[in-house]
Design a protein around this ligand. Sequence first.
Ligand SMILES: [Zn+2]
Length: 392
Amino acid sequence: MASFRELLTETKSRIREIDTAEAETAVAAPGAVVLDVREPDEYEQGALPGALHIPRGHLESQIENKVLAKDTPLVVYCAGGTRSAFAAETLGQLGYSDVVSVVGGFNKWKNEGRAWSAPRTLSPEQRNRYSRHILVNEVGEEGQLKLLDAKVLLLGAGGLGSPAALYLAAAGVGTIGIIDMDVVDESNLQRQILHNLDRIGDRKVDSAKKTLTLLNSDVNVVTYDTRMGADNILDIIDGYDVIVDGADNFPSRYLLNDASLLKRIPVVHGSIFRFEGQATVFHPFVGPCYRCMIPEPPPAELAPSCAEAGVLGVLPGIIGSIQAMEAIKLILGIGDTLAGRLLAYDALEESFRTFKVNRDPECPACGPDAGEITIAEYDEYCMPHPKVAPAT
Ligand SMILES: [Zn+2]
């Protein structure tokens, strides 16, 4: 049986080691991944910039989900170069072909005055609160930090905005903006689950803020108790990463479309009607926009609102939740969003269908020949306003 010393010496003879000066060059190489195999408490006190952190004990089970290509150059370090030597051998056994271990590790690196930083991490409370996210490899602690840094704007604190806001807040989206100028009415409570009996007569944005803050104190709720119009939309949406559209009228949707194209902010669209709902993502200049899909609004008599046509209360719960899911995917950059696809839900059939939606090369807002759009109030025709008015 080998002693620890013998085992370490034998292991080191089978792997490739580099010193810290060589490591500095190696970590700067294109495509190289710096892998920190120390324990979480060591990592949190300081690490190489951009290091991927997988504690030695989790290496075998996690590395293949985080470093997909087996020929990725891997620069492995620990505190002094022992754990990284064993890790390098294990990585070789797993098929990674370009692995080096840093002699002297982080301690030598830091003592020599090379660049390091204290990585941003979740607090112990956050690690517990978001533990089910962290367990999902596609999210992890890094994804959770992205969610905490993200800013999502909700157009409306109503049927669609309620479930979307609740799930986004629960997920830890750090900034949630809400635009709504209504007060809570008893007839809202059949579906607008942000509000409750105590809030009847309150401003909807205030009620929404109370509910979301009680759910998750990590969330900064920014309220806009105002009518969204041409005069304020560009200022309001500025700086948001994603917009969740729960508007129930055509002029608002076209106004939002044109403003979001100008600001290049993706919009997660949802709409509901009696037993049917739709959702899609308008990703500016990547997929179609609202005008590509619906070039002009239908006549008012063919497009009755919820207030006129009614809606089953669960329906916005389903569509608004899908909107929250798409917003989170956009933030995390995972999966296939609904950009270029319209998801249609029929509650009576209990069926989901998706339809392809293409960009319209003639689109007056996002097409190649579209002129620069000026944001202006839209009438019932909702036509975009060209920057320069045509000569008459
Ligand atoms: Zn378009």
